[in-house]
Design a protein around this ligand. Sequence first.
Ligand code: IMP
Ligand code: MG
Length: 201
Amino acid sequence: MASDGESAKFCLNLHNYFCPMKQVTYNGLTFEPYITRERIQARIEELAREITAEFAGKKPLFLCVLNGAAPFASELFLNVETDAEITFIRLKSYEGTSSTGTVKEVMGLTEDIAGRPVIVVEDIVDTGNTIRRLVDDLEARNPAQVKIATLLFKPESLRCDVTPDYVGFAIPPKFIIGYGLDLDGLARNLKDIYVLKEAAD
Ligand code: IMP
Ligand code: MG
């Protein structure tokens, strides 16, 4: 027999899936619709056209940063109309091993990227810390060039010297979920992007 709390959670989940552009709730936090799947898709097609024009004949390697960038990288890659390859990496974080807090190690990069153009595909650039460390690591492997494609970019949160080359949407420093972006592992499978609802005054 499900407790009232469990039934309530079950109803919320059903609500999330059957009313996709209504508010959604995860872990007690409420999110409202922000960017529709149609807008996301149209913007990704534009980015893919830019990349196609710029990388025609250069066979770029798309480097998808898991987990969050998986939907964006797939859609972007499918829309690129020149020869290209895709591979997937994860960044491993260690807490408290240095004075700066988190140290990130690239996991799963087996390809030799020396002399190749690489397009790093991220879900979001917030402080820029993650992408800065990744680009430094990649540059040490002597690629022809490293470009950054990110679905979302929070310019006001940026704390590092990094400039994304292909940006889906520049957004204010608010917490968002959906289309790959998560809250504690949840909400990545929302088809649209949602923003955390501000508390009423
Ligand atoms: P950065 O290193 O501060 O740029 O943060 C990058 C990582 O933080 C992203 O790859 C996300 O995993 C996470 N992140 C930053 N902002 C958000 C957000 O609004 N929603 C979900 N995850 C986020
Ligand atoms: Mg990420």
